[in-house]
Ligand binder design. Structure first.
Ligand SMILES: Cc1cc2nc3c(=O)[nH]c(=O)nc-3n(C[C@H](O)[C@H](O)[C@H](O)COP(=O)(O)OP(=O)(O)OC[C@H]3O[C@@H](n4cnc5c(N)ncnc54)[C@H](O)[C@@H]3O)c2cc1C
Length: 338
């Protein structure tokens, strides 16, 4: 290997792989970086996601410290982009949100982001009536969202602008990548087959994309109901979270349930124009896997299994993966510490 210009390949062109590729280029200006994937941009799981920065409280890495660092690093990374004129091109926008529950106070709290976002507070009495009657608990918070429909093309422009290569292809084993000095495995749910990782479980999600330019805030209710506004007046209505379901077809019963729950929160949604129904399998894994190992004589850094939170945590996990990768290029052995 030429230590000044290592050959690096990133497997996967979802938000995780593309973020890793960008960060590798930032760190190693003379590295040759190639991204290989069999699915790109609007066809990836990443593009189905609303991309809101609000983790489930069960999201975790291998320790609490690592989990929090991933989230803090991700927030700071997105804030840096938001301050630039490129924010909209990069698919980033600030967003305010209400979360209500009729049953459980705890679902309205979020220990992973309360200290991080500019505002996270309990709602006032009159705000409890914003989405109809009967809500007992609620929080209001300000966060951000990253729309991968714009974010992935933005990352691709940066990567190819710096000489990175993008190759369309499916990889069946790591041995076939032995011409590279380092492999980042960002294959999302594909890692289930590539790494024979039985800890990866599909968590099926179905959403409806509707035209609702008048919607200014995100809203969450019970039973996984969420309404998240986005660019061009297009909002994402969700959702479902079906454990171990591989069904990629749109289910009309799920669609009806989503529309019922969301229009109970915001009745005007009943009349919103439906643009599309989308289904994706979240790559759920406890913990998310960010670690290095040598496979078939090839140095591999894994970064996959982000479940329902891979858009918001892509930067922090990618930074961790890149640190592990650079460390092994310099020291020729893996240390998986933070
Ligand atoms: C309905 C829904 C709503 C969501 N909402 C949010 C949200 O609000 N916020 C949030 O942060 N997250 C959300 N998520 C989760 C988010 O979409 C995922 O965590 C994230 O997209 C995972 O990114 P990824 O890059 O790992 O995977 P993917 O986007 O699936 O990319 C995987 C890439 O690997 C490639 N690949 C796989 N196997 C191979 C192989 N063998 N050879 C070559 N290439 C391969 C694929 O071609 C693809 O390019 C949501 C998900 C769903 C389904």
């Amino acid at each position: 290997m030429d230590p000044s210009s290592p050959k690096i390949v990133v497997l996967g062109a979802g938000v995780v792989g593309m973020t890793v590729a960008k960060l590798v280029q930032d760190e190693l200006r003379h590295a040759s970086v190639t991204v290989i994937a069999d699915v790109f941009k609007e066809d990836t799981l990443s593009t189905i996601a609303a991309g809101i920065f609000r983790p489930g409280t069960s999201f975790r890495g291998s320790t609490n410290e690592i989990t929090q660092k991933w989230i803090d690093d991700s927030w700071n990374y997105f804030q840096d982009i938001l301050k630039t004129p490129e924010a909209a091109q990069a698919g980033l926008m600030p967003i305010s949100s209400y979360i209500f529950s009729k049953q459980n106070y705890h679902v309205t709290r979020n220990h992973l982001i309360e200290h991080l976002v500019p505002t996270y507070r309990p709602v006032e009495e009159d705000e409890l009536k914003l989405c109809g009657e009967g809500w007992k608990y609620g929080s209001y918070f300000e966060t951000i969202k990253t729309e991968c429909g714009a974010h992935l093309p933005w990352l691709e422009r940066i990567i190819t602008g710096k000489g990175g290569k993008i190759i369309n292809g499916k990889v069946d084993n790591f041995a076939s990548l032995n011409q590279y000095d380092l492999v980042f495995n960002c294959t999302g749910f594909g890692a289930k087959y590539l790494c024979k990782d039985n800890d990866l479980v599909p968590l099926r999600g179905q959403v409806i994309k509707v035209k609702a330019p008048w919607l200014k805030s995100a809203f969450y209710g019970d039973y996984d109901a969420y309404i998240i506004p986005g660019f061009n007046g297009i909002a994402t209505l969700g959702g479902t979270r079906q454990y171990d379901s591989y069904n990629l077809n749109v289910c009309k019963h799920d669609a009806a349930g989503i529309m019922d729950r969301c229009s109970e929160l915001v009745p005007a949604l009943r009349k919103a124009e439906v643009l599309s129904h989308r289904v994706g399998l979240r790559p759920h894994r406890m913990p998310v896997r960010v670690e290095g190992e040598v496979l078939d004589g090839v140095k591999v850094v894994h970064c996959y299994g982000h479940g329902g939170y891979g858009v918001m945590t892509a930067p922090g996990t990618a930074m961790h993966a890149v640190r592990i990768g650079l460390d092994t290029l310099r020291n020729s052995s893996f240390k998986n510490k933070l």
